[in-house]
Every structure is written in structure tokens, then in C-alpha cells.
Design a protein around this ligand. Sequence first.
Ligand SMILES: [Zn+2]
Length: 169
Amino acid sequence: MLVLNATYEPINVCTVRRAAVLLLKAKAEVVEHGSWELRSENTSMARPVVIRLVTYVRVPRDTHQRKITRRAVFARDGWECQYCGARSQLTVDHVIPRSKGGGSTWENIVAACAPCNRRKGDQLPKQANMHPKRAPRVPHPQVFIHVASPHIPGAWKPWLPEAGVAEAA
Ligand SMILES: [Zn+2]
């Protein structure tokens, strides 16, 4: 279930059960219906596939709310090594190595293929002359939608801007 903010910005993915609660409490409205019905003992409703929150919710953009996982790093970086563009043997690399004081933050972690990661080793980007293609940043909330739901249903696509998101390989 794709959840849109009141502004129609995609913010989250939730379970059918959670969506049903939001709809019953009138905290959300259905934007797109699925082709089959959701039934309980005495009611049925068209199964929602995209819902929109009635009131605007501030989306937390701080790193504590947005856990750094390998999948999320790879999704943000388009499943591409940020040094050579390879799409296989992906690992995560600390741009400033931990041994040199680099932190485990979104701004210091990129997807790197195993050979690049080995080549860079314990060196600073300048020493290794290896710089990430894109300066790493906290990803757009949409990246987490792709991580939460590797398969994106067709009905969601009109609501997910394409920019900055690569399909999972
Ligand atoms: Zn590489």
C-alpha cells in the first residue's frame, strides 16, 4: 500500500491492515483502487492500492529516522558502484575510512563494487584518487519505498516521480 502525503508526495509504504484503519478513521482517502475487494465478515470495500493522508504529515528527514542499510544505500546509488559504475559485487564503502575518522552516515557511505572497495582500501579519496560520482546525501523518502517494496505495482507508478530512482536490478 502506497501512502501519499496530503500534498500527494509519496512518503511511505504500509500494510493493508494499517491502511484500512486510516481509512476507517477518515485519516486517509483512497486515491487508487485495486481490481479486487477487501472483505471482512460484514463489510467489503474496494481494495485501496494508493491512499492519501487527509492532513499533512511532516516527513522526518533526519538520519536517525532513516536507517542506513545496504539495500537503501544501493537503491539510493542506483545499484551502481559510485567509483566505476559496475553493477555487480556491490559493497558499501566509507568515503572517508572509519580509520581516518569517517562516520557511518549517509553523507559518508556509498555503493562500491568489491574491486573498487579493495583498491581504495584504507585511503582517503584524494590519496586513492577515487571520488564518488555523486556526493552522497540522505536519500529521498522514495528510496525507502523502493526498499520496503522491491516490486512496485503498476498502480503506484503515476505517483512515484522517476527522478533519482533506479529500478532494482
Ligand atoms: Zn567499482
